[in-house]
Design a protein around this ligand. Structure first.
Ligand SMILES: Nc1ncnc2c1ncn2[C@@H]1O[C@H](COP(=O)(O)OP(=O)(O)O)[C@@H](O)[C@H]1O
Ligand SMILES: [Mg+2]
Length: 358
């Protein structure tokens, strides 16, 4: 292991992206005595902008603003994996950016993610690259049953996806997707969905959180339960997969890997994200070290914290109008409320979450 420069408390961490993941990272960074400078196209009143010391509102290709930002900070991390890789490469010439552009190149593209997993001997749903209606027809025939068509880039919370059956109108499906490149995946009849979040620091130290069990509603994460109700071999395999992917990608920071457990006990990778993850929000109140502090530790070259759970718990997302019930959650003993400071509670918008003992 090569010696790594430690970025001590008092330094400034640059954050690319201004959503709730950046906000919660900034709060954790502040607890350790760091300042955060957020760079994003959004205004200062963004979820993250509200809680940071410094803010640059500029576009991802504004080189002048990027250079100034890089000069002002001691290290950079991100809360959104779709920051253009050119932006990250440019910033990397001035200051360390973790995770780096090669990790983002894989994480921004569902096809690259699946191919990467398969190259390590890790299973995925059967999939085919699709660039038009003709390829979609062939891929549907090859899969031979229910399938999901996903744009390779920019999808989140179930957006950029169409569910297909053998009799679906494929022309309409392709048009509704509105992407030039997609992946068609066979539908997995999973027994449950799980995720593992791994931290890796620049000196190669790793730490994995316990396996989390995830339930989705309308394509959006609804609840995360820890520990996941899976067998010990399934939990061990999921952890092995997440650690292997983080090591092979040489991630510095966090890697969240979403997986399906099949009825015969196989673990298939669905997707990954090299940043804090919604399925890790339980760690804020029920782990020895929360995922946001762990990210700060990893990118600043500090020792990683313990990932142990303090007890069984359930995280529930507050989507849209769910957050209007904040007073009820505050009145529940043992329930921890987190709100993201977002203005309008639009349907499908993540407004906050609650952590409760299970
Ligand atoms: N191949 C699949 N088989 C069955 N369900 C799937 C499949 N792909 C996605 N899903 C369901 O859709 C959800 C969202 O898909 P995902 O690929 O994770 O995209 P997103 O980026 O929107 O989270 C998954 O958590 C899962 O519940
Ligand atoms: Mg997902």
């Amino acid at each position: 292991m090569s010696p790594v420069t430690m970025i001590p408390p008092g330094s400034t961490i640059g954050m690319l992206g201004a959503g709730q993941l950046g906000r919660m990272t900034a709060l954790a960074a502040a607890r350790l005595g760091y300042k955060v400078h957020v760079f994003a196209p959004e205004s200062m009143d963004s979820s993250c902008g509200q809680v940071v010391a410094y803010h640059t509102q500029a576009g991802w290709h504004d080189r002048l603003a990027l250079a100034r930002f890089a000069d002002d900070v001691d290290v950079i991390t991100l809360e959104w994996e779709n920051v253009p890789t050119e932006t990250v490469e440019f910033l990397s010439r001035h200051v360390g950016v973790h995770p780096g552009a090669p990790v983002l190149a894989v994480a921004q593209d569902r096809l690259a993610e699946k191919r990467f997993a398969n190259s390590l001997g890790i299973g995925t749903a059967p999939f085919h690259a699709v660039d038009g209606v003709a390829a979609l027809k062939e891929a549907m025939a090859a899969i031979g049953g229910r399938a999901i068509l996903k744009s390779t880039r920019m999808g989140y919370d179930g957006r950029g996806q169409v569910r297909l059956a053998p009799d679906s109108d494929l022309v309409a499906a392709w048009e509704s997707l509105g992407a030039d490149m997609a992946v068609l995946e066979g539908f997995v009849d999973f027994t449950c969905e799980i995720s593992v979040i791994v931290a890796r620091s620049a000196n190669g130290a790793t730490a994995a959180y316990p396996v989390a069990e995830n339930r989705h509603r309308d394509g959006i994460l609804d609840t995360t339960t820890v520990p996941a109700r899976v067998t010990a071999p399934v939990a061990a395999e999921a952890t092995r997969i997440a650690l292997l992917m983080a090591e092979k990608l040489e991630v510095v920071g966090l890697l969240a890997v979403e997986m399906f457990v099949t009825p015969d006990g196989r673990v298939l990778v669905n997707e990954m994200a090299p940043r804090p993850h919604n399925s890790g929000h339980w760690t804020m109140d029920f782990a020895e070290t929360c995922q946001f502090e762990q990210l700060v530790r990893a990118v600043c070259g500090l020792p990683l914290g313990s990932t142990s759970a303090r007890g069984a718990c359930v995280m529930t997302n507050l989507i849209g109008a769910d957050a209007d019930h904040w007073a009820d959650y505050l009145a529940e003993p043992g329930t921890h409320l987190h709100l993201y400071g977002k203005g309008e509670a639009r349907p499908g918008r993540k407004m906050g979450h609650i952590n409760r003992p299970a």
